[in-house]
Design a protein around this ligand. Structure first.
Ligand SMILES: O=C(O)CCC(=O)C(=O)O
Ligand SMILES: [Fe+2]
Length: 254
């Protein structure tokens, strides 16, 4: 388990409940995982309007219960992602003390995910691993009723579209959202082909709260030169603990 003092180095400046861990896996592990994803059988993919995804560990019923399936060996044997995530300590109080389900999303350049909440079916901690390309992750809050102008709407409530915090997710990084950023905020990724990151308030572009934590040489050069970072295909592994698990399971699909 990471010590509290070790975790503090992963704190983003933007919000006390968002942690950014660069290079959570090695480039070799990243390539291996991308290969496994690309080799996976076509029927495992679910196509949505603006991205594709696979669900590992089982589907959640309409009543909110996970019908468990074994996780693929490339997330709990090699690389041992689940135990590495467990070792961060963020899941120590979750019902199963580790993630039991992973949503793997594929985003092509120009694709994203609308602001949303992950909801009460999961223990309020989410760890997301990025593979293949970067993304800019925005955290939003709901508009206070007194704010007036309704900007956008999710579940009937207005969202303040000025992010509370934005984090640049480098390939191989892990972003962990917990506490109030899970329970009372939304998150999303804009559907863009490139991202311009501002180094300081005077520069144009998006100000991200983990500039000091970035490690990828090419990304750092682009930011310092003020040029946009082009997105490639990104795979993300969103790891969570579903509180309620059925005693029944379906047959493994692989
Ligand atoms: O791809 C990501 O980084 C975010 C995915 C996400 O928010 C989700 O699957 O709920
Ligand atoms: Fe989400």
């Amino acid at each position: 388990m990471y010590a509290e003092s070790a975790l503090s180095q992963f704190h983003t400046e933007g919000h006390e409940d968002a942690f950014y861990v660069p290079n959570f896996i090695t480039p070799e592990e990243e390539q291996y995982l991308i290969r496994k994803i690309c080799e996976s059988p076509q029927p495992l993919w679910k196509s949505l309007a603006n991205r594709r995804l696979q669900t590992w560990g089982g589907e959640i019923t309409t009543k909110g219960t996970l019908v468990p399936q074994p996780l693929p060996p490339f997330v709990n044997k090699f690389p041992d992602l689940v135990s590495r995530i467990k070792a961060t300590g963020f899941f120590k109080n979750s019902p199963h003390a580790e993630p039991n389900q992973i949503i793997m999303n594929e985003y092509l350049p120009g694709q994203g995910i609308m602001p949303h909440e992950d909801g009460p079916r999961y223990y309020p901690v989410v760890a997301t691993l990025s593979l293949g390309s970067h993304a800019v992750f925005h955290y939003y809050r709901y508009q206070a009723e007194a704010d007036g102008d309704a900007v956008s709407s999710g579940q009937g409530r207005s969202i303040n579209m000025i992010p509370v915090s934005s984090v640049l997710l480098e390939p191989r990084s892990l972003i962990i959202s917990s506490g109030s950023i899970y329970t009372s905020h939304l998150h999303g990724i804009d559907a863009l082909e490139e991202d311009l990151i501002a180094l300081d308030a005077s520069a144009s572009g998006i100000k991200v709260s983990n500039v000091a934590q970035l490690q990828d040489p090419a990304i750092k050069v682009s930011i310092h030169q003020g040029v946009p970072i082009k997105r490639g295909t990104r795979y993300s592994l969103t790891c969570r603990d579903v509180e309620r698990v059925s005693v029944f399971s379906t047959h493994p699909r692989r």
